[in-house]
Design a protein around this ligand. Structure first.
Ligand SMILES: *Cc1c(COP(=O)(O)O)cnc(C)c1O
Length: 408
């Protein structure tokens, strides 16, 4: 019996930080209560399905709806709650719920707010697997799916139908990097009483505060910057007070559970996220600038560059840029692209991003979309700037581009 673990925090060790606290302080002091766990700095990994009541009276007391205590491990353990509480504060929302992957957070959020006969509007720049879920699974469940041009802004009003229940945004898109006018889109959606769901993974909770811009549910693929070390899958969705009940109940009914070790890794990742993101931002911006004049490059898709079409919106709404951006190439022969990738030494060729290490992957031949046609014929190289020295990253990219250019 671990008598020092109780449901209530002792008064001298409360987790007192409010969402108004500075993010940096919140990242260090939020989501942990050493007084509950023998003084341990970090909330330990809790494994458990069954949670025992000490008496029948306590068992009955636990049933009271206002009682925050979990009665079964599926509702979360102290590890889960520490993580969820901290994410809710960072995003600036009411409460959060974890999922075993980012994709699972996206799909279960959608299923919480949609039913047969409803219509959803989704950005054309949406994360590919979410697009596939919408066009395959949601359609099969009798939900109409429409896509919109990410640059549509308040023009989305014309696409909203009486049965439009969800407007799904992602800004910037993780291949094409269009920045969306979220407040304008949210205003139109709310006129029709539709729920605005945002995939906020690119900015992380630090660089875009979704609830200040009209979002109702914000999703993080925590696999990316929150975990930050390419070693765990996790997703988390955060709701407003109004959207929370539907999000929580709708999602929980599917029985998805995230493992305590993965949640622990995500909590641990959060502690250093502000410091990591500052470097990702700087390295990404330096790399983006170094590539913009190259003869193989049509344009660099990075919202922090002044010539990026979304730059003004990014400056208005975002507090920073992460390390993920695109390089739109001119149309090149496959052997030139192969030569470029073969030369890279510091950039791994692989999916995902948000880890400490740099990555580069080429896009498919054509960029998917049904509401807008991507205007360029060449491939995009998607770059994730890791935490290495910016000089080394620039030198590595430059030599690979220089070599590839000799083959054109
Ligand atoms: C990776 C990613 C997801 C999915 O996260 P997983 O943890 O890989 O399932 C969702 N949205 C965006 C924008 C992503 O980059």
């Amino acid at each position: 019996m671990t008598s020092n673990i109780t449901a209530e925090s002792p008064p001298h060790h409360p987790d007192v930080l409010k969402s108004s606290s500075d993010d940096r302080t919140l990242l260090v002091h939020g989501g942990r209560q050493p007084g509950r766990f023998s003084g341990m700095v970090n909330t330990p990994v809790h494994r458990g399905s069954t949670i025992l009541a000490s008496s029948l009276e306590e068992w009955e007391r636990w049933k009271a709806p206002e009682n925050g205590t979990s009665r079964y491990g599926r509702f979360g353990t102290p590890t889960t709650h520490s993580f969820q509480d901290l994410i809710a504060k960072l995003e600036g929302g009411h409460r959060s719920i974890v999922f075993p992957s980012g994709l699972s957070a996206c799909t279960h959020t959608l299923l919480s707010f949609l039913q047969a006969g409803d219509h959803i509007l989704m950005t054309d720049s949406v994360y590919g697997p979410v697009r596939s879920f919408a066009t395959q699974v949601l359609k099969r469940f009798g939900i109409e799916v429409g896509f919109f041009d990410p640059l549509i802004g308040s023009g989305i009003g014309a696409l909203i139908r009486p049965n439009t229940r969800v407007v799904y945004v992602e800004s910037p898109g993780s291949w094409t990097f269009e920045v969306q006018d979220i407040p304008a889109i949210a205003e139109q959606a709310h006129r029709a009483k539709a729920t605005v769901v945002m995939d906020n993974t690119w900015a992380s909770p630090l660089f875009f505060k979704p609830f200040e811009h009209g979002v109702d549910v914000s999703i993080q693929a925590a696999t990316k910057y929150i975990v930050g070390h390419s070693d765990a899958f996790l997703g988390v969705a955060t709701g407003t007070r109004e959207s929370w009940e539907r999000l929580q109940k709708g999602s929980h009914d599917f029985g998805e559970i995230a493992g305590p070790d993965d949640i622990y890794l995500a909590l641990r990742g959060l502690r250093s996220m502000d410091v990591r993101l500052a470097r990702h931002w700087e390295n990404g911006a330096v790399l983006a600038e170094s590539l913009r004049e190259h003869k193989l490059v049509h344009s660099v898709l990075h919202p922090a560059l002044p010539e990026h079409p979304g730059h003004a919106l990014w400056k208005r709404d975002f507090r920073g840029a992460s390390g993920l951006f695109g390089v739109q190439l001119h149309r090149l022969e496959p052997h030139v692209i192969k030569a470029l990738f073969d030369r890279l030494q510091l950039f791994g060729v692989g999916f995902s991003w948000g880890g400490f290490e740099s990555l580069a992957v080429p896009s498919e031949e054509s960029i998917p979309g049904s509401a807008r046609t991507w205007p360029h014929a060449g491939k995009i190289i998607r770059i994730h700037a890791g935490l290495e020295s910016a000089e080394d990253l620039v030198a590595d990219m430059r030599q690979a581009f220089r070599h590839a250019a000799t083959l054109v």
